[in-house]
Design a protein around this ligand. Structure first.
Ligand code: WTA
Length: 637
């Protein structure tokens, strides 16, 4: 192995759930050779079932069922089953609001809160099969709402609080949701993010929504519409502290989470109950090496899949104590996170390369002001981690003592698929290392032919896994086309990767028109469709431009209708427009006005050339299909 390899310390190995490379290999081989037995045994040992399944899985490509015939409940697994153990009085959630308010919630108390809210939903007539949208700040009531839905079999779809009213509306409509659970607002950088206002704007076009349940967080004035809007705390008056978890099929839909694909329309990724819960629970142990005494902090937002799997379902099912923080990392100052690590004695910290780079930029004095000696393991997710960020995270945050687990996965995969088991697999900075047991990953060309060591190709997964996407909500055809038709017989991830001589995976980035901005997925088409809705815009082409801080930044090429525009003002107007259509995080960092876009003779915009222009400021690739070369000369000049 190359010298940039970091083997686990003897101390870490001796205490780990999976100790040493041989133990990892044995698990991996067992899962590969006898997947049914492997997963069946874990499901039996690690989860609660009302009724046992008849067989582990049924695979009719591209559709899979896990734990066929079994019945369970995600909320029961995350709460009730711990109450008969010493975990009953253990903290499930340590929460800190941005203004500094705190709450510590035991498993018993969380169970009570979830039961009470489930009773509220039940009293309003909601039941298994219904669909609810959750649009909330990072407050304990957000996981409470998710678990209350799961308890009754109501499928939830959490919409990230940074999305605009327009984006919220599209999701409510696509899902045909009948309930919206929200809050007056939340705190971000000392300002109120007014969520209820966005709900009101979205609901003008959503006649199917019966109830809007509003949690009071900021206490600001919000208009309440008679007959539709209800206060959470008022509905809770007089409800019982107990609400039995509904016995649900292992394949009962747990949630749909919208993510960006290659078209302008976001897709609802559907996850179901038993398999999802099993694999998120297992990866808590395998990847985070979770122990009962650990304080665990995943600093993602619950609005993204990382928060679903590694703030809510995985940690609670595994019985962890999980830290949740409402606000921004620089409020009131750039040591907010480090002060929280010190205060709560955090042992495991999981975040994104973008956040690490932002913290790194502020200098070592911020982490150095605090005692970070409680940390024993660090994690990274969302994009490839660059060497400078890895090195800083390792040395300045982890004091060269903590392994860094670089975890590769997607909204669609549900749980971590490629990552080191920290007590077994030597690390190489920038590599997510080796696949989890049961994950048959490979790198191939489009015919499915495996790549040689070191050769770049498409990352695929050869067999179904328990927490995988079941379909795209309302669009099974798109599910099949997107994931199961590119490479015969395999799941297509949309990522390029290579494998080195030790079999380690190096994920290089997307091969499609999906950008990765600050670890958030965004489709070029989504931003383009937002731009062309503006009356001044004739055409728009959007590409991701390399950015030191955010990984990629949105760069838009725009042609206008007619002439005489005030370009300076129009640029900022269009940025705000995209903010309004999608959300602030999607606003282009750069807008370039141009007379024409490079197109093929058949009229397709050649984004590849635009990507080259923003990356290298010139075009060297194949331009033989380009209709008018002078367009490129003008753009790159
Ligand atoms: C990228 C986030 C390199 C990848 C959990 C993937 C990564 C997309 C890594 C999914 C990693 C995620 N190394 N790239 N460790 N983790 N990605 O759906 O391109 O928001 O396809 O899920 O992020 O993003 P998503």
């Amino acid at each position: 192995m190359s010298q940039d390899t970091y083997p686990p310390s003897a101390d870490f190995v001796s205490k780990a759930h999976v100790s040493g490379m041989e133990a990892y290999q044995a698990l991996y081989e067992r899962a590969e050779k006898t997947p049914e037995d492997f997963w069946a045994e874990l499901a039996e040992k690690e989860l609660f079932w009302f009724r046992k399944w008849t067989h582990a899985f049924e695979w009719h490509p591209p559709f899979v069922k896990w734990f066929v015939g079994g019945t369970t409940n995600a909320s029961y697994n995350c709460l009730d089953r711990h109450l008969a153990t010493p975990r009953k009085d253990k903290l499930a959630i340590i929460w800190e609001g941005e203004p500094g308010d705190q709450r510590a919630i035991t498993y018993q108390e969380l169970h009570r809160l979830v039961c009470r809210f489930a009773n509220v939903l039940k009293a309003r007539g909601y039941k298994a099969g219904d669909r609810a949208i959750i649009y909330m700040p990072m407050i304990p009531e957000l996981p409470v709402a998710m678990l209350a839905c799961a308890r009754l079999g109501i499928m939830h779809s959490v919409v990230f609080g940074g999305f605009s009213a327009e984006a919220l509306k599209a999701r409510i409509q696509d899902l045909d949701a009948t309930a919206v659970i929200t809050a007056d607002g939340g705190w971000r950088r000392g300002k109120e993010v007014r969520l209820k206002d966005a709900v009101d704007e979205a609901l003008v076009d959503c006649p199917g929504v019966r109830d809007v349940i509003v949690c009071r967080r900021t206490g600001s004035d919000v208009p309440m519409q008679e007959g539709r809007d209800l206060w959470w705390h008022e509905l809770e008056q007089g409800v019982s502290d107990d609400c039995p978890a509904v016995e649900l099929d292992a394949e009962h839909p747990l949630y749909a989470l919208y993510t960006s694909g290659t078209t302008g329309r976001p897709k609802g990724i559907l996850h179901t109950t038993g398999g999802y819960l099993l694999q998120t629970t297992m990866t808590m142990k395998w990847v985070f090496d979770l122990k009962d005494e650990d304080i665990y902090w995943c600093a993602a937002d619950i609005g993204w899949v990382t928060g679903h799997s590694y703030i809510v379902y995985g940690p609670l099912s595994a019985g962890a104590t999980s830290v949740i923080y409402e606000g921004a990392p620089d409020t009131p100052a750039w040591d907010r996170w480090w002060s929280m690590v010190e205060k709560y004695k955090v042992n495991i910290l999981y975040t994104s390369p973008t956040a690490i780079r932002a913290l790194l930029r502020q200098g070592d004095e911020w982490p150095n002001k605090h005692d970070l000696s409680s940390l024993r393991l660090l994690g990274s997710v969302g994009e490839p981690i660059n060497p400078a960020a890895w090195e800083w995270y390792h040395r300045v945050v982890g004091k060269s003592r903590c392994p860094i687990v670089d975890t590769w996965w997607q909204t669609e995969t549900g749980s971590i698929l490629i990552a080191p088991m920290p007590g077994a697999v030597p690390l190489k900075p920038g590599s997510a290392t080796l696949p989890m047991p049961g994950v048959i990953a490979d790198i191939v060309d489009l015919d499915g032919k495996p790549a040689r060591a070191g050769q770049e190709g498409y990352l695929i997964i050869r067999r179904p896994w328990p927490s995988m996407i079941r379909t795209i909500w309302g669009d099974p055809k798109r599910y099949e086309d997107q994931y199961w038709s590119r490479v015969p017989g395999a799941y297509f991830t949309g990522d390029a990767a290579r494998r080195d001589e030790d079999g380690y995976f190096w994920v290089l980035g997307r091969v499609d028109d999906v950008m990765n901005v600050s670890g958030h997925r965004l489709s070029t088409m989504e931003v383009e469709s937002a731009l062309v809705k503006h009356p001044a815009v004739a055409e728009a082409a959007v590409v991701g431009k390399p950015d030191e801080l955010t990984g990629q930044a949105v760069c838009a090429f725009v042609t206008l209708k007619g002439g005489g525009w005030d370009y300076d003002n129009l640029g900022s107007e269009l940025r705000d427009w995209v903010g309004h259509e999608i959300g602030k995080f999607a606003r282009p960092a750069e807008i370039r006005f141009t007379d024409a876009l490079p197109k093929t003779r058949s009229g397709k915009i050649m984004r590849r050339l635009l990507r080259e222009i923003v990356t290298t400021h010139s075009v060297t690739g194949d331009v033989t299909t380009l209709e008018d070369f002078t367009v490129v000369t003008k753009l790159s000049g």
